[in-house]
Write a protein that binds this ligand. Sequence first.
Ligand code: LLP
Length: 429
Amino acid sequence: MVKKAQKLREPLENRKGTLYFDGVSTRKLTEKFDTPLYVISESRIRENYKRLHEALTCNYEKVRLYYAAKANSNLSVLRILETEGAHLDAVSPGEVFMALKSGFTPERILFTGTSVRTDELKFLAGSNVTVNVDSLSQLDRLLKIAVPNILSVRVNPEIGAGHHSHCITAGKQSKFGLWEKEVLKAYATAKKAGVTRFGIHMHVGSGVLDVEPFVLALQKLLSIAKKVHDKSKIGFEFVNMGGGLGVPYKPEDKELDLTLFSEEVLSLFKSRVDEYNLGKPFFCVEPGRYVVYDASILLTAVNTMKKTPFKKFVGVDAGFNTLIRPTMYGSYHQVLVANKLDSPEKDTYDVVGPICESGDVLAKDRRLPKIQEGDLLAVLNAGAYGFAMSSQYNARPRAAEVLVKKGKYTLVREREELDDLISGQRIAK
Ligand code: LLP
């Protein structure tokens, strides 16, 4: 019996058994641009941004969304979000540079770096972006360079969460943020030095599907904000509760309840801000994953079929050099056979890449239609931390990226060539 074809979510679409993405045939794209290929849907990025923005602004009017550029810093992606009115979270001078190149003004950029070098602080001071300090060391060195008009402090709210231990960025084991006592000291120092405008920030971690950790951490953040306010007599222009909004990767994963998230977080925010006399600061979030994760697929061609006494392997041309999340975090990414969407699931396969390590497995024990060499696989939800974390490991040039929008496509990053592997290198005499 033929199993019913899978239900696909927009902008994925099944047209006569072939996968289309935002109105464009994946077959056509790979014929034109080869594989491995990241395909980014403009429509989906805009929808995700708008959905989140609306969910928050319906409960509080002063909201800012800082897009976390680390998730996907392709210039076209940044430009799309710039035109949506987003602000931007940058973690390195490189991300500041890219954001400026894509059209963000410095006022809309918040730099949240850790282990920041003094020359990087000079660059930031010269760029006029707002700096969110991550240590007293960073603050002291920044104030010696120049006293900024506006400054933010990253607080460790003592509660962390995340989909993997690598992605928990607050709590006892975390290197990020300042603990309460130091937070008070940081604001007092900055005020004394002449800073007049302030923000406050936290980020609990990444891939959080429950509302509770956000609420608990925000409570702590606001209680610290009150202490700062009382002690140093300063107000806050913004309160930034960080990113980390989780998304479903497995078909059975639950979704973060956006309405509940917005209601719970913002009712707490409004009542505490009132109670503590904190004025009317902007409420900020800085999502990366939520905005871009399902806005990209990774297309990869099958080159090898291999059977051992224990396994059936599908050898493809994307490995952990192209998408490292499965190897690095054990993350699950759904795989479709893009040219056989109407075929029934027939067999169980491991989808493996060309990297010479046993950990190079994109998908394990997957039920898929019968696969042959030449088939095209689509790895879904690859938009966040996909291309951004790719490398040239095993001397493999990085993939190309195409932007699609309602049936139209544009190559937005050329495929690297062999020459890119030796760029900047010289052989020692
Ligand atoms: N803000 C700060 C200060 C962050 O460190 C991060 C992510 C974000 C915002 C955005 O978090 P998001 O909304 O995307 O969860 N490579 C990992 C994720 C690492 C996240 C690092 N920081 C992964 O592929 O799951």
